[in-house]
Design a protein around this ligand. Structure first.
Ligand code: CA
Length: 237
């Protein structure tokens, strides 16, 4: 049973999260202060932490930064009442894996949690501390800042385009199918036909942004199979 640490000082919300998550067959421990969370994380093993930002005493971000410094790699989903780009960037810089703004719908929380747990369970990619730099040819991304550079040109991607690119980067050199993208980037478990068009549109848009104006094309379509991000041309099939 996956063990979740819920760090939340507001009793009602803490209780609602506990009940909701237990109903989903998670084992739940609640910590009401940052200090308590800190102690628990040093004495027990958790698969995921949901961390409220506004806590009495030290803030969730302070606690998180300190834990990451100490090498804690457990996925952390920040829950916060504040929504600004600055806070989001600061939270991700502090070592959060994802970010959810209150009030949120419970299914949204579950979906985010599942995505993080899958990533952790996949095992291939080490949990990020302050993000990773990934690159193929002269295209590079910074996963903490969600910044994309082609050569020295900064590229502006939408959140979805970025997620798509990061996914392709993590699978660079291998063919990524539309099924994989639907499941892992769009989080569509029951895949309907229309999502294919959505995926194609996003891939086309992403390709324009990363490849237009550059001699070496990086994002290729593998007909009938999917897409591949790599330096060389893919032979037509
Ligand atoms: Ca709070």
């Amino acid at each position: 049973m996956l063990h979740i640490l819920v760090v939340e000082d507001e009793p009602k919300l803490a209780q609602a999260l506990r009940e909701g998550l237990e109903e989903q067959q998670y084992r739940v421990t609640v910590a009401r202060t940052g200090e308590d969370a800190f102690f628990r994380l040093h004495s027990e093993k958790f698969d995921l932490v949901t961390l409220d930002v506004m806590l009495p005493g030290r803030s969730g971000l302070e606690i998180l930064a300190r834990l990451r410094e100490q090498g804690l790699t457990t996925p952390v989903l920040l829950l916060t009442a504040r929504d600004s780009i600055e806070d989001r960037v600061y939270g991700l810089d502090a070592g959060a894996d994802d970010y959810l703004v209150k009030p949120f719908a419970f299914p949204e929380l579950l979906a985010r949690m599942r995505a993080l747990l899958r990533r952790g369970a996949a095992g291939g990619v080490p949990a990020e501390k302050t993000g990773q730099k990934l690159s193929v040819a002269n295209l590079s991304i910074d996963t903490a800042r969600r910044e994309v550079l082609r050569g020295s040109t900064h590229l502006d991607l939408t959140a979805r385009e970025y997620d798509l690119l990061e996914y392709l980067m993590r699978h660079q050199g291998s063919v990524v199918s539309r099924e994989m993208l639907a499941r892992d980037v769009w989080k569509e478990t029951a895949r309907a036909t229309p999502i294919d068009n959505v995926i194609d549109v996003h891939v086309a848009r992403l390709r324009r942004k990363i490849d237009d104006g550059f001699d070496a094309k990086l994002l290729h379509t593998v007909r009938g199979v999917g897409f591949i991000l790599r330096e060389e041309e893919v032979a037509a099939q």
